[in-house]
Design a protein around this ligand. Sequence first.
Ligand SMILES: [Fe+2]
Ligand SMILES: [Fe+2]
Length: 182
Amino acid sequence: MQIKRFSLKHIKEEAAADATTEEKKDTRSLPQMIDDVIRNYHRPELEQMDEIETLLRRALFTDYAKNEYQLLYIHSKFAEFKASLEQHFAKEEAVVFPLMLDETRRNRASWVKVMELENEHSQAEEKIWDLRQNTSYFSIPGDSCEAMQDAYRKLAVLCDGISDHVTEENGVIFPAYEKLIE
Ligand SMILES: [Fe+2]
Ligand SMILES: [Fe+2]
């Protein structure tokens, strides 16, 4: 077994690394964080979902005869997933984010609305889990048409992005908001 040695140089290096991490603390304001999440996640994800929807519709007509079971599953589940995410994004942008930015309404009641979003994030993560499980982690079915292959690749990217999006809201934006109402 190798014994780890801690020299003075090593300790100084660790302290310097800690200081650098400290400097990387998120210094953005809440309005900036919210702008960033809309620009970096909502807008591109809405576009990605439109593209996937179009590809799946094309695949449905091209591959129906040879891949009926998988196509019907993914076509229906994706439609449901897309609708729930669009409604969630709209709720954030039209109701909850403006509430979070309204300094006169920062209270426990507004926090309850934020917690509703966290609950919806858990539901989205469950849907992603189901999609992954039922597609063997988006393994492209053999002899699929181009549209189906593209749809699966884009769906895998979308789901990874949604997980990062949820991490940003639950792990960065909501804790920053909670500090403001304490
Ligand atoms: Fe969001
Ligand atoms: Fe969200």
